[in-house]
Every structure is written in C-alpha cells, then in structure tokens.
Design a binder for this molecule. Structure first.
Ligand code: COA
Length: 254
C-alpha cells in the first residue's frame, strides 16, 4: 500500500477498508489541487488493490470539507480534464468498489457533490450540506446537475442548486442523499461498521451489483461533467464570480 503524496490527505487500510481522510482542519478541509490529486490517486489505487474491498472517505472532527480551496478559483483559468479536481470527480464517479462517506460538520461544494457518487452516506447530526455555486456566480460541477435531480427531484434540487441553501443532515436523509443520521460521537464508528460488514461480503458479488446499478450512467455522466466544466470555466472568469471570490479572500485579509 502506497502512502499519500499530500500531507493533508491520509491513506489507511483497515481490514479491507481503505480510509481516505481529508485532513486540513485549519482551513476547514478546503481542497487544493494537490489534495484532489491524492484523493484521485488513492481511489484509483484502492480500486486496483486486491486487499481493498471498500473505500471510505472522511474528514476531521466536526468538518467534512468546505469544498474547493477558494484561492484556487483566482488562479484557475483552465478547467481541462487533466486537472486533479476533474481526475478526482471521475475517479469517484467510476470507482468499481463501493465508496462510503462519513460526513460530520460542513460538506460544502464538492463536499456535497461527491456524496452523490457514493454508494452509502452516513452523517452526524451536526452535518450540513450546501451547494453555494450560484452564490459564488458559478454553476454545478461533478455531475451534480444530472445526479441531484435524479436522486431528489427537480424542485428539491433547485432548492440546493439554484438557491444554494444549506440543508441539515436530517433533511438530507429525508431527501434520500444520506442513509442514516447518527450522533456526532458515533457516526464514524457506524460508517466503519457498515464498511467492515460490506468488506466481508463476496467481493465479486458486491462489485457486480454496484456495476449493474450504474450500468447506464457512464455516457451521460461523462457528457454532464464535460458540459458543466465548460460552463464552470466560463463563469469562473466572469466579473460576477471574480468579485465574489475576491470579497471572500479580502475579508480574510482584513
Ligand atoms: N477555501 C479556502 N480557504 C477556506 C475555505 C475554502 N473553501 N473555507 C474555509 N477557509 C479558510 C478561511 O479562509 C479561514 O482561513 P484563515 O484562518 O487563514 O483566515 C479558515 O479556513 C477558517 O475558516 P473561517 O471562515 O474562519 O471559518 P467559519 O467557521 O467562520 O466559516 C465556512 C466556515 C466554510 C462557512 C466559510 O469559511 C466559507 O464560507 N468558506 C468558503 C466555502 C466555499 O465557498 N467553498 C467553495 C464551494 S464551491
């Protein structure tokens, strides 16, 4: 098992469960491009490694992730498919092995969109989900414009993708995005228990079942990610988006 190439992402193999931890608590686990690369590499490696049966993604205490590092939005001009963030979206979208998310605290932007690709999602009572793309002058990414309406219906998806409102863990469960909501002290253990249970089931059977559920998704997913990237890149360079991003960064400096 290789070690993570980034200090803010850790890899751990625990009885067939490959745990990917996002670990940058001083920045609310905001994801940089090198962190995305480590997450993408971890998923791809776990998908190939015979000892890995299940992939589990977690954050730190009280924080899953605040999403893309906003600093990256200033520098980013090219949102091409080689970008680590896009590699990560594709790795999680097309992972053969089951992916479980354990979500505590905030799950913003990609912190929420990645959940739509996971097979099982367990959240702490204090967790909340938010897709603030329109608040930032941006648009959906990671296939969320396709998956979210499919999972929760158009009107509820609009609540999240157009209004950009935060939703609680309880509401996310009601919407069908989250499997179970647990006390903050127990959600991680619960997610690990489920992961270990899944890891003991016959691997071929589990992976074949997942592949069958996802069998019609590949083409529309690739097309959606591509279409979203085109619009995201365009909007990112717009005066509206750049003004909002600068305001966030300037407030930080004040
Ligand atoms: N990108 C870069 N830095 C971020 C970040 C992000 N997505 N989220 C938090 N941080 C940084 C803050 O700038 C701050 O850094 P500093 O200590 O150097 O000033 C630190 O993390 C702590 O965040 P802070 O804002 O003080 O915590 P908070 O609890 O008051 O608020 C958030 C947390 C997540 C609500 C707020 O930081 C926020 O809105 N972040 C941006 C979220 C976002 O728009 N993500 C992109 C989605 S597409």
């Amino acid at each position: 098992m290789i070690t993570s190439p980034d200090l803010n992402v850790t890899y751990q193999l625990d009885h067939g469960v490959f745990v990917l931890q996002i670990d940058r608590p001083d920045k609310k686990n905001a994801l940089t491009q090198t962190m995305y690369a480590a997450l993408a590499d971890g998923i791809k490696m776990a998908d190939q490694h015979s000892e890995v049966r299940v992939i589990l993604i977690r954050g730190t205490e009280g924080c899953f992730t605040s999403g893309n590092d906003v600093n990256d939005f200033v520098k980013a001009q090219d949102m091409g498919t080689e970008r680590p963030s896009v590699q990560f979206m594709k790795a999680i979208a097309f992972a053969r092995k089951p992916v479980i998310a354990a979500v505590g605290g905030m799950a913003i932007g990609i912190g929420t969109t990645m959940l739509f690709h996971c097979d099982l999602v367990y959240a702490a009572e204090d967790a909340f989900l938010q897709l603030p793309f329109t608040n930032l002058g941006l648009c959906p990414e990671a296939g969320s414009s396709l998956l979210l309406p499919q999972i929760i219906g158009h009107q509820r998806a609009s609540e999240m993708l157009l209004l950009g409102e935060r939703i609680s863990a309880a509401k996310a469960k009601e919407f069908g995005i989250v499997n179970d909501v647990l006390p903050a002290a127990g959600y991680l253990e619960h997610a690990m228990n489920k992961a270990h249970h899944l890891a003991k089931l016959p691997a071929d059977s589990v992976q074949t079942s997942k592949a069958l559920m996802k069998r019609n998704q590949a083409t529309p997913m690739n097309e959606t990610i591509q279409a979203e990237l085109l619009q995201f890149s365009r909007l990112l360079q717009s005066p509206d988006a750049q003004a909002i991003i600068q305001a966030f960064l300037n407030k930080k400096k004040a």
